[in-house]
Write a protein that binds this ligand. Structure first.
Ligand code: SF4
Length: 690
């Protein structure tokens, strides 16, 4: 049996594992001694390889290009030549008729790797001529990138995942590590065992809340008010770090003025949190030697997400809890390569390395390297703006790689109508899914395990992942497909392998310049920034309190709390919040095709409902129930639990039947355009005669 060292494809932790291969077939996985996992894996890491063997449990592996010349026809299998020629012809004619900005493309935060994301954004910018490229960071940590870039000049996790266990205080805000990143949860447990104080802010009793020293069970949708009250109590008690504020920050006077109003007593009217708890929490946070704030979707999936991220960053500036080991900010990125897709510039406003497209010098540099006369300067559409852009007639074609927006984006009824109204949809992936049903052309790609490259872990960690088996079927690597399309559109990409792509991209990004394949092999991983051949990489950012803003100072920010867009009323009296299921990943095309993982959770989702609400409605545990919003109505199974407060229910978005995104609202944060998945109004009904 051969063992191939690679990186898990399932979450941003970036655990290393061996794929066990016999006769060109993956038959198992074993943990490797990676810097994050140190010889352990969670369930998904252990059992999440089976989809490679095309089990057909949930859906069928795509093994041949498919095409239809009219939406009234079924898709039929064709040869690559026909499929690629047709895609190139249609993209060219739409480009000529409506202009390049009528075409949108996506990168992918899943198993495709950094090289594919680099090539895809290059294709959209240099070949199509638009900045309309985005990916699913938009629907998760987009607010973290936008908010932290404003405050610190860098939008990533400031410290490393292994540093979590050496923090003296962990402030865990809207983040359920046990479900989202089990090996990060392990570090939290170790921190607790080493004596750290754990403060958890979450409306739901998560696993972290169970082990917390303090659990602040705030009202859903009140984050900004609570963060403001944290700052208020710090200033009122004189627990701020004046030396840090005076020497390393800007904007404190304006910040203080806004914060003044948010006394813990006033904030309690919004958050429901007793002032004494706020004070206790901030006493621990400010008096600990190293405090580390971790957050997840409970911060970012609100209409006021960017403001809250900035507010959390400002707590670090207020107290000096940043710029040293185990102290700073940790937006723990969800999908395995969502950090990488951002790092590679699969975003509508930046080139690779977060270099703004609006900067003429950046455009000149990339245009010269890519051999084109100029590059577009207008910021492109985000993925969440697609429905509006289609409805207004601005968008005509959508080239989707490794994404399933029909399942994962909010208000899926509206999204599906948009897909149907587009002139041309290209879908490039490894499995059939709900989005594929709307495609004019399907391009089948190799999967994780069948190709190699580099992933970026949540803590800015570049790691090599490797090919273990040859792909079955008539499939191609994503970057090869994109290159063949580019050639048909008159642009040669000339890459022979992923290392050539990687060397080009690091030559254009000063922060990655020293992160060669050779260094990744030698060190096991490299954390950016890594600027020179001698530089081993950077475990934590902002050493000596030098930030990456223009002034090199941290920028304070506070603002008023504003309520979610759709609050409960008489007709829809309950709050719906979306969450994750630990055994499954994203829209489940990979994990739903793994036998062991489907045995762990094979029911079409659930509705977590409080004991009180279930009693009131006459709903028993495990019974089917109906959940309806102004946008749709689904049936799902009740999970009656004491983990949730009355008045709120929680659903996963991962199940194909009873998909909660038929209910969610597409209210977007005004800056990051991230949807408010965590809050909309629904009504609950029992289903009689079961
Ligand atoms: Fe994979 Fe994440 Fe589990 Fe590690 S914690 S094994 S990266 S899913």
């Amino acid at each position: 049996m051969e063992k191939v060292l690679t990186v898990c494809p399932y979450c941003g932790s970036g655990c290393q594992l061996y794929l066990c291969v016999e006769n060109n077939k993956v038959v198992g996985a074993e943990p490797a001694n990676g810097p994050i996992n140190e010889g352990e894996l969670c369930l998904k890491g252990h059992y999440g390889w089976d989809f490679l063997n095309d089990t057909k449990i949930l859906s069928k592996r795509l093994t041949k290009p498919m095409l239809r010349y009219s939406r009234s026809e079924p898709l039929r299998e064709v040869e690559w030549e026909e499929a690629l020629d047709y895609v190139a012809d249609r993209l060219r004619s739409i480009q000529e008729k409506y202009g390049p900005d009528a075409i949108m493309g996506t990168g992918s935060a899943r198993g495709t790797g950094n090289e594919t994301n680099y090539v895809m954004q290059k294709f959209m910018r240099a070949v199509i001529g638009t900045n309309n490229v985005d990916h699913c960071a938009r629907v998760c940590h987009g607010p973290s990138v936008a908010g932290l870039t404003t405050i610190f000049g860098s939008g990533a996790m400031s410290n490393s995942i292994p540093e979590i266990e050496d923090a003296d205080c962990l402030l865990i805000f809207g983040y359920n590590a046990a479900e989202a990143h089990p090996l990060v949860a392990k570090r939290i447990l170790r921190a607790k065992q080493k004596g750290a104080k754990i403060i958890v802010v979450d409306p739901r009793r998560t696993e972290a809340a169970r082990i917390a020293d303090l659990w602040l069970q705030l009202n859903n949708g009140s984050n900004m008010a609570l963060v403001n009250s944290f700052a208020n109590v710090i200033l009122d008690r004189g627990w701020q770090n004046d030396n840090f504020i005076n020497n390393f920050t800007e904007g404190f006077a304006v910040y203080r003025k806004i914060i003044e109003r948010y006394t813990p007593a006033y904030a309690q009217t919004i958050t429901g949190i007793a002032p004494q708890l706020v004070e206790e929490a901030m006493k621990i946070y400010t008096h600990s030697a190293n405090s580390f704030i971790l957050w997840g979707m409970g911060v970012t999936q609100f209409g006021q997400a960017v403001d809250v991220v900035k507010g959390l960053g400002s707590l670090c500036l207020l107290t000096g809890q940043i710029g040293k080991p185990s102290s700073g900010v940790g937006p723990v990125r969800g999908q395995n390569n969502v950090q990488g897709a951002c790092d590679m510039g699969a975003l509508p406003n930046v080139f690779p390395g977060y270099q703004p497209v609006t900067d003429a010098a950046n455009r000149k540099k990339f245009a010269k390297a890519w051999g084109v006369e100029d590059l577009p300067d207008k910021i492109g559409f985000t993925i969440t703006e697609v429905p509006h852009a289609v409805e207004s007639g601005k968008l005509k074609a959508f080239y989707i790689i490794g994404e399933d927006p029909a399942q994962s984006d909010p208000d899926s009824g509206r999204l599906k109508k948009s897909l149907a109204n587009l002139d041309f949809v290209v879908f490039q992936d490894i499995f059939m899914n709900k989005t594929a049903l709307h495609a004019d052309v399907i391009l089948p790609a190799t999967a994780w395990g069948e190709h190699g490259g580099v992933f970026s872990g949540a803590d800015r960690r570049f790691q090599r992942f490797r090919k273990a088996v040859d792909a079955k079927g008539d499939v191609k690597d994503d970057w090869v497909i994109i290159g063949e399309l580019a050639k048909r559109l008159g642009y040669e990409m000339h890459y022979q392998n992923t290392e050539e792509i990687w060397n080009e991209l690091i030559s254009l990004c000063p922060g990655y310049a020293g992160a060669t394949y050779e260094k990744m092999e030698r060190q096991g991983s490299v954390q950016w920034p890594c600027r020179t051949p001698e530089d081993p990489g950077t475990p934590y950012l902002f050493k000596n309190n030098i930030f990456q803003t223009t002034s090199k100072k941290g920028i304070f920010f506070a603002t008023e709390w504003r309520p979610p867009a759709e609050v409960p009323d008489a007709e829809y009296p309950t709050v719906l919040c979306t969450v994750r299921e630990v055994g499954h990943y994203s829209s489940r095309t990979m994990t739903g095709n793994c036998w062991a993982l489907t045995k762990l959770a094979d029911e079409p989702g659930y509705v977590q409902i409080s004991v009180e609400d279930a009693n009131l409605l006459g709903i028993e545990d495990e019974e089917l129930m109906r959940v309806s919003s102004r946008r749709g109505s689904v049936m799902s199974r009740a999970k009656v639990t004491e983990r949730v407060k009355p008045g709120t229910v929680y659903m996963t978005y991962q199940w194909w039947i009873g998909a909660c995104n038929e209910l969610t609202i597409d209210n977007l944060d005004p800056i990051s355009k991230t949807p408010e998945y965590k809050y909309c109004a629904v009504k609950l009904e029992a289903i009689e005669d079961q």
